[in-house]
Write a protein that binds this ligand. Structure first.
Ligand code: PMP
Ligand code: GLN
Length: 427
């Protein structure tokens, strides 16, 4: 047998895609946008290919792109950013996150990575491949808001703690960390000065109701120990292009560069040039002939429109007793299914027609998770795909719950209406 460096969490995403196709579902599952990238990006891509940007490129990122990133993100984090030493471009935020962990973790020291749960499951694979130890701190719902207990966070830290992996805006909860919460975290970290922060901010531009997005690097002097990760794929609705970037102090960026060089040796050239030509256009007024609106404002308002519509329909017009939770940001809303659990047909809670479940997907007591059973029920009988929240916990997590499902709000308004009508049993 070949060595298994990671559990096969990829299988989950692939299984859900396959099942979705087999049952002809509308998918509110994977967070891939339902709309195409803006025309200015597509035009810039074609132009870049014709201009000859088709060969290998500077490994840490095209000078054109890193300059733009330093300029734009420097303003966001309120400090001058050196484009050549403090910025790195990679194959999506995904590869950057993996490279950061591989670069910073000593594989022989049982170093710990602290992550708030529920979280994006791809983190587990990166933690495993870097041979780190996963340590989670739970978010708990308090009056409908996902919060953490600062004391529980402090208790999770010790001399082995190496990286705090923060995700703001958060997948899957839609949580936005408040300034007070970040200050609490920053204060606690002062007692553990060696911890490095990996701040995954791929949904940074998607905050709703005018809420404020805070970069962890801007709190106290955290820039000096924080590497922040962004996604061009998310920003431009072009997730398949796989371009992302990270920003941080040069000693961190340099360490990451050696790993990224080893793994991928540079990121897609024309896509980088196209993004460098398009980054500024994201915030220029006049998008779609609307004098007052920028592309990013347009995207944010479309997502918020979908969120408002889905939350209202789920809370007011369902024949099933489910309840949408508050969502302040990002690609997803969470829905509480606690009350509907007794109605899930036994066929889904006690057995299933699909492939065998991987071990990690069962509840710790061996049950099929209720949220998975609910999702499978909805796939078969209402033809809508959603993601069970139990997937967003580490396989052995003490905090795993199966009372919620995650719905993508990134599919565009028309598809979202279709999905909701199906969930309501109307189509
Ligand atoms: N971080 C989070 C929280 C995500 O949800 C995703 C989803 N794709 C990524 C990172 C990866 O971003 P990219 O597509 O740029 O690799
Ligand atoms: N971030 C997206 C999600 O959580 C992409 C899923 C993936 O990892 N393939 O749905």
């Amino acid at each position: 047998t070949l060595p298994h460096r990671v559990d096969d969490s990829m299988a989950v995403w692939e299984e859900f895609k396959e099942v979705s196709i087999k049952y002809e579902c509308v998918s509110l599952g994977e967070g891939a946008p339902g709309m195409n990238p803006p025309q200015f990006l597509v035009d810039a891509m074609i132009e870049s290919i014709h201009e000859g940007f088709n060969q290998y490129i500077r490994i840490m990122g095209s000078p054109l792109l890193v300059n733009k990133i330093a300029e734009i993100y420097g303003k966001k984090i309120k400090r001058e950013v050196n484009p050549l030493t403090e910025v790195i471009v990679g194959v999506g935020a995904y590869t950057l996150i993996g490279s950061i962990l591989l670069a910073l973790i000593d594989p022989n020291q049982n170093e710990e990575i602290i992550i708030f749960e529920p979280c994006w499951p791809c983190y587990y694979d990166h933690v495993q491949i870097s041979n780190a130890v996963y340590r989670s701190v739970p978010f708990k719902l308090v009056d409908g808001v996902w919060r953490f207990d600062p004391e529980e966070f402090r208790k999770a830290l010790n001399q082995k703690s190496k990286i705090l992996l923060l995700n703001n805006a958060q997948n899957p909860t839609g949580k936005l960390f408040s300034r007070e919460e970040y200050q609490q975290i920053s204060d606690i970290l002062k007692d553990f000065p060696n911890i490095i922060i990996l701040s995954d901010e791929v949904y940074e531009y998607l905050t709703f109701d005018g809420s404020e997005f805070i970069h962890f690097a801007t709190i106290d002097d955290n820039f000096n120990k924080t590497i922040s990760v962004f996604s061009g794929g998310k920003l431009f609705n072009a997730t398949g292009w796989k371009v992302g970037w990270a920003l941080g102090p040069s000693y961190l960026v340099k360490a990451v560069a050696t790993v990224l060089n080893t793994l991928v040796q540079g990121t897609n050239s024309p896509a980088q040039i196209a993004m460098s030509k398009s980054l500024e256009k994201l915030t220029q007024k006049g998008f779609l002939g609307n004098d007052d609106q920028t592309y990013l404002e347009y995207v944010r308002s479309e997502f918020q429109r979908v969120r408002d519509y889905m939350v209202k329909e789920i809370n007011e017009n369902m024949d099933l007793p489910i309840k949408a939770l508050k969502c302040d940001s990002g690609y997803f809303i969470m829905v509480d299914i606690t009350e509907v659990i007794p109605q899930i047909p036994k066929r889904y809670t006690e057995s299933h027609d699909f492939e065998d479940l991987q071990e990690g997907l069962f509840m710790p007591d061996g049950r099929i998770p209720n949220d998975l059973a609910f999702c499978r029920w909805m796939v078969v009988e209402r033809k809508v795909m959603m993601m069970p929240n139990s997937l967003f916990y580490y396989k052995d997590s003490l905090y795993k719950t199966d009372n919620y499902v995650r719905l993508a709000i990134c599919k565009g308004y028309d598809l979202s209406v279709k999905a909701i009508l199906r969930l309501q049993g109307k189509q």
